[in-house]
Design a protein around this ligand. Sequence first.
Ligand SMILES: Nc1nc2c(ncn2[C@@H]2O[C@H](COP(=O)(O)OP(=O)(O)OP(=O)(O)O)[C@@H](O)[C@H]2O)c(=O)[nH]1
Ligand SMILES: [Mg+2]
Length: 420
Amino acid sequence: MENLPTPVITIGLNLNNRNFDYSMEELNNLIIANHMESVETVTQKLDHPDSGSYFGKGKVEFLAQLIETTEAETIVVNDELSPSQIRNLENQTKATVIDRTGLILEIFANRAQTREAKLQVQMAKLKYQLPRLRTSASQRLDQQSAGGGLANRGSGETKIELNRRTIEHQINHVRNELKEIDRSLETQSKQRLANEIKTVALIGYTNAGKSTIMNKLVSQFGKNEAKQVFVKNMLFATLDTNVRDIRLPDNKQFLLSDTVGFVSELPHSLVQAFKSTLAEAANADLLIQVVDYSDPNQELMMETTAKTLKEIGVPDLPMIKVFNKADLTDSQFPSREGDNLIISAQDESSIASLVDVIREKLFANYVTQTFLIPFAKGEIVNTFNNKYDVQATTYTGEGTQLVVNLPENEVARYENYLEK
Ligand SMILES: Nc1nc2c(ncn2[C@@H]2O[C@H](COP(=O)(O)OP(=O)(O)OP(=O)(O)O)[C@@H](O)[C@H]2O)c(=O)[nH]1
Ligand SMILES: [Mg+2]
């Protein structure tokens, strides 16, 4: 039997922010994703966080009472706190305090599967811990002074120094390991560049259906249709970038990548750590932003996505928006407005319209031309058949006549055989 979720108290400051309710809802989803359950939610309206203890004095006292009277022993905070805020809150409430960043790092740590993802999460965690070492160190000092003597203070400080050096050492170690992996990934993407294969990246808010769409495309058009990715109704189901070869029936090929989903205020250290994984998106020819159309917060989720892309350093790339899960709404699907689509990943004709838009966007520079290839140049006929969409083949006295849809810049290469 599975363990029951850990009871916690969630708290958040409302700084007159229009996104406040949404961010509290998101926090609750993050809590569920971390196998916790909120037994009580406490919010406060303030102009700015209390620099000492985040909440004001009265509210902190109220929290201390709640910790005493409920089964919860942990407080989860909707913002990233300073080390001293965490320390003060912990001292005053006698609870364990986890801030939003710490929570997201925990979820990522539990989800990471591949060596790369594990290292990336570890890097983010170490960087988060480094400035926070003071927390436990000062606590130790407090305890020592409470014990009466200053005699031990020196040894306490040496310990902090030791911890700091251990963490810095670990950071270097992880950084080197990541560099190794990065190098091999770089070779792979250079190869792609050399092959001029187009790339498409699925991006967007977590749980929108990116991996589901990936799987549908892979099972219909994948070179290896068995290579399905993990799908689950939870936040951050995907942490690793998965890249798959897609080959449409008309020989148009591209690489499709699926990657980690976004959430608002994704910790900076995590974004940094995942940069190389997310580079897949930064280099794409086309981004497909998947949006959960059944979610009332979809506008804010799109804002979150835009912000995160900026933070990763993704340039202004061609992007289409796919409003997914329309089966859960009253809207007609599939339907298209400009380059944007309303679809359901579970519906076959939806996937077909998505493929149409991808094809249009990705292969816009394709032209249809007629060539007459002499019989002696059979290898060109083979190339056409393997690489491009051959729409008609006629055998004439002079050679093979082919109607071919191919990239405009490739035409020059076969100029001698163009039929005028
Ligand atoms: N009803 C409905 N459910 C969908 C649709 N697309 C995806 N889902 C479900 O939504 C949940 C999340 O899907 P995923 O494909 O894992 O979402 P994701 O965007 O990859 O999520 P992360 O990897 O966490 O970022 C799963 O339970 C899917 O079965 C859809 O069109 N309709
Ligand atoms: Mg996914």
